[in-house]
Design a protein around this ligand. Structure first.
Ligand SMILES: [Zn+2]
Length: 216
């Protein structure tokens, strides 16, 4: 079977499930428009698709995916901010009630940032133009992980940095005025989650105890 047939067969299954067995689902979503209550920011990593991990239905989540599930800080430079544009649409137009950052274990984006911080080679060094600049936004996560425990290295440093990256993205969410306003008005909650793809475990950041708590 040609590799592309895997996708075409997937589409045929989707068509059977969502059009032939539930013909009104998409008709209603078109008639009434999308009305997701959740905006989810996840990594582009092929193993952490939020619709699969969270078992959602069409229309449930407004998904944004990028390298390392990273929220950049609010910047008004008139340039090309895809993630910020998606957040703006989700909060200001769709009025989602929750923005959820989903970081994950063994994240190549966070690992690349650490490698660069430790003096190693940047991904695509020489030819690459974008990954290093993007993951540099995560340097603060590496610094926070080491500030908590200067002895960290290897996998322990990576997983601590990945969790700190979720917190950094939460902090960056609050630099957007429209997000701050929606949170202050009690219309929006911000959540930071950490998915351990090896153990099939999910942790949720609890700002009160300042800990990630595992979902039972
Ligand atoms: Zn990742």
């Amino acid at each position: 079977m040609a590799e592309i047939d895997i996708l075409l067969n997937g589409f045929r299954k989707f068509r059977e499930l969502y059009y032939q067995k539930s013909p009104n689902l998409y008709r209603d979503l078109i008639r009434h428009g999308q009305n997701p209550r959740f905006a989810v920011l996840a990594c582009s990593d092929a193993r952490v698709d939020p619709a699969i991990v969270l078992q959602t239905e069409p229309g449930d989540i407004f998904a944004v995916r990028n390298v390392a599930a990273l929220v950049p800080p609010f910047e008004e430079d008139g340039l090309y901010h895809g993630t910020s544009a998606a957040l703006e649409f989700a909060v200001r137009e769709l009025h989602v009630e929750h923005v959820i950052i989903i970081g994950h274990a063994h994240c190549g984006g966070v690992a690349a940032m650490i490698r660069k911080q430790e003096g190693g080679e940047d991904i695509g060094a020489g030819e690459g133009k974008f990954i290093g600049a993007w993951t540099d936004l995560l340097r603060g996560a590496h610094e926070r992980a080491l500030a908590d425990n200067p002895e960290l290295k290897g996998d322990a440093l990576l997983s601590a940095s990945e969790r700190q990256a979720v917190r950094l993205s939460l902090d960056n969410l609050s630099t957007f005025p429209f997000i701050r306003e929606a949170v202050a008005a009690g219309k929006l909650s911000l959540q930071g989650w950490y998915l351990n793809i090896f153990d099939g475990a999910l942790e949720i950041w609890d700002p009160d105890s300042e800990n990630f708590r595992q979902v039972s």
